[in-house]
Design a protein around this ligand. Sequence first.
Ligand code: COA
Length: 441
Amino acid sequence: MGTEEQTETGGVATANDTLTITDNRTGKTYEVPVEDGTIRATALRDIKVNESDFGVMSYDPAFMNTASCRSAVTYLDGENGVLEYRGYPIEQLAEHSTYLEVAYLLVHGELPNAKQLDEWTNKITTHTFVHENVKSFIQGFRYDAHPMGMLLASVGALSTFYPDANQIKDPEIRYLQIIRLIAKMPTLAAFAYRHNMGQPYVYPDNDLRYPGNFLSMLFKMSELKYEPDPRLERALDILFILHADHEQNCSTSAVRAVGSSQVDPYSAVAAGIAALYGPLHGGANEQVLRMLRRIERKENVPDFIAGVKEGKERLMGFGHRVYKNYDPRAKIIKKACDDVFEVTGVNPLLEIAMELEKIALEDEYFVKRKLYPNVDFYSGLIYEALHMPVGMFTVLFAIPRTSGWISQWLEMIDDKEQKIARPRQIYTGERNRDYIPLDKR
Ligand SMILES: CC(C)(COP(=O)(O)OP(=O)(O)OC[C@H]1O[C@@H](n2cnc3c(N)ncnc32)[C@H](O)[C@@H]1OP(=O)(O)O)[C@@H](O)C(=O)NCCC(=O)NCCS
């Protein structure tokens, strides 16, 4: 027996890193290697009752306990509230970095030096414009089209503007699409917003920084130059940093699975946007706002909380599937929230939210269950303070998540162990039925 050491997954590694499995159907024993606290599912295939047997499979709906890849992009430890991009704690990045620098870090694996950051920023800034036909494409949507649907369609459509994007094995071509995706996402998002508002589209202003330019494309009216409030710009930058990646979540897995067919990155990212569109993924902050509207007045908060404690409904924006002690992103964003309110003021909905937060953080029910406000609680409030329609909330999530999706996609493309994603099934249907003519059924 060798010396024992704690593995990354919390298990104890010994020199005998194997699992002994006895198949009680045959009495045979198998030794399966354990690496990084994991066994290879394909190792189970050797376990058969006879030669013609397919071998044992693992059944894991919703991938509750299946690692689908090796990844060096994002580290997440829900129990201890840790989130790191490429090893850097989210708290430090949110305090000292910018979203564009973080995007560089995610894509390249290292923080840029000054020259690299300059070049990267310059490249992203000079690719913010979209082809004029994209504008007419967005114009073709109904006035009330959901902005997430417009974003999904227009990102997918980008593949038709850059047909060489399907050359995913060419590092230079690939890199150009990464730049384009990160650069054009705010433009597409802002066009979708202006379309809903019935306002003319605003072209990118390359003098502004990434978040400032986005604010300009959203809110610029007749003024010659839009001057973003630095506090709003910084708050948006922090929100973007916090949402840039979250390891193998639903949309990232969608990007990887679709990308594994070797389709172009626009189509793969469109799949990620489609996944994010779902209410169980990107839509939670929207639910926070709907809840606040239902509560209506600050005076109704105690009754609402009483209903939650009786199990009638949930306090949206509280609790998290992975972060059981606290959501590290929520701590950071709370501060950004205060800065935004300083600029925008606090409207009655925000007053309700602050009252909910105050009560819930002191109330025994929530304290005992470790239910803290999550990132969606505060991001919903910031978007509300910016007068964003709720449909835009998920779009604001998709913009920064693009750098995460594309970094994970890049990692997958270069991973020699990856192939086209193709899960197995346990077939539960009928077999060997004879076709019955229509008049006999
Ligand atoms: C995020 C969420 C789905 C995680 O759920 P989960 O990990 O399955 O947690 P559980 O459902 O096991 O909840 C544990 C306990 O806390 C309670 N609880 C969890 N979230 C709650 C909430 N938001 N409001 C009130 N009670 C809540 C559950 O009723 C349960 O209580 P019990 O032990 O008395 O039965 C859940 O907290 C939730 O629905 N939150 C609101 C929606 C939200 O903000 N989602 C965004 C997540 S980023």
